[in-house]
Design a protein around this ligand. Structure first.
Ligand code: ZN
Length: 246
């Protein structure tokens, strides 16, 4: 089975549409979305509807989805993020709000687990990006493969000898081969708001039959998405950030 794992669309329809057509060309059997469908960008409803329309899709709750539906308080976010969430709240359709409200924070199948942030207490929204958080994550899940997002940067974390961990940044079309018993934490990056300096989306494809994970980057019309943020009256910071991939 070929599973596309993607996350952090952040209401960026230009990025989502390119992701959806890029993934469709790669013979995907199933999709797993790790959350943050909304926040920052100008097209929250269209992005939610696009994700819901994917064939065979599991969708998880992200911290921005939780804030946009008052599962958590948006007042815990920084001022600009909160402003975008308030803007989003005013525009979500009833059906899309209900969809976000009912998203689970964790998905598990066999020896694989998926969460927006650390599966160790997923609603604490902890980034898995250093030794301490990665160890907690690996210890908590006991899964061979753990998929996370939330940092907006693609990453592979693998245990090496003597309880050490290696952190690797995958390139476009880089393939990670899976061997039985080897445990990995993979971050699929972000479809709509990359933060690794490249203004391009990212996701990954897990191929369970071929025992491999492929990391994908794709370009999209960043200028158009940024212009929409300006036109919508959302904080200009989010448009500038998109253009720089920060
Ligand atoms: Zn996010």
């Amino acid at each position: 089975m070929r599973i596309a794992v993607f996350s952090d669309i952040h209401a960026n329809l230009e990025a989502f549409e390119v992701f959806a057509s890029d993934a469709a060309r790669r013979r995907i059997d199933k999709y797993v979305c790790l959350g943050d469908l909304v926040g920052y960008g100008a097209n929250p409803n269209a992005c939610i509807e696009g994700v819901r329309a994917l064939p065979q899709v599991e969708v998880l709750l992200g911290n921005h989805d939780a804030a946009a539906t008052w599962i958590t308080s948006p007042y815990e976010m920084n001022t600009k993020a909160r402003e975008a969430i308030m803007w989003t709240m005013d525009r979500l359709t009833d059906a899309n709000r209900a969809f976000l409200e009912n998203l689970p924070p964790l998905y598990r199948e066999g020896n694989h687990v998926w969460a927006h942030a650390s599966p160790f207490n997923p609603k604490a929204w902890t980034y898995v990006q250093d030794h301490a958080s990665a160890r907690l994550c690996l210890w908590r899940t006991r899964a061979d493969l753990t998929f996370v997002a939330h940092t907006h940067r693609p990453l592979v974390i693998r245990p090496t000898r003597m309880l050490r961990l290696a952190f690797e940044t995958p390139e476009h079309e880089e393939v990670v081969t899976l061997t039985p018993g080897n445990r990995l934490v993979c971050n699929c990056g972000s479809v709509g708001q990359s933060r690794d300096g490249l203004p391009a989306g990212s996701y990954l494809v897990l191929d369970t039959d071929a025992a491999r994970i492929e990391f994908i980057r794709f370009g999209y019309d960043v200028e158009k998405a940024a212009q929409k943020i300006h036109s919508a009256g959302l904080p200009a910071f989010f448009a500038q950030r998109l253009l720089k991939g920060q």
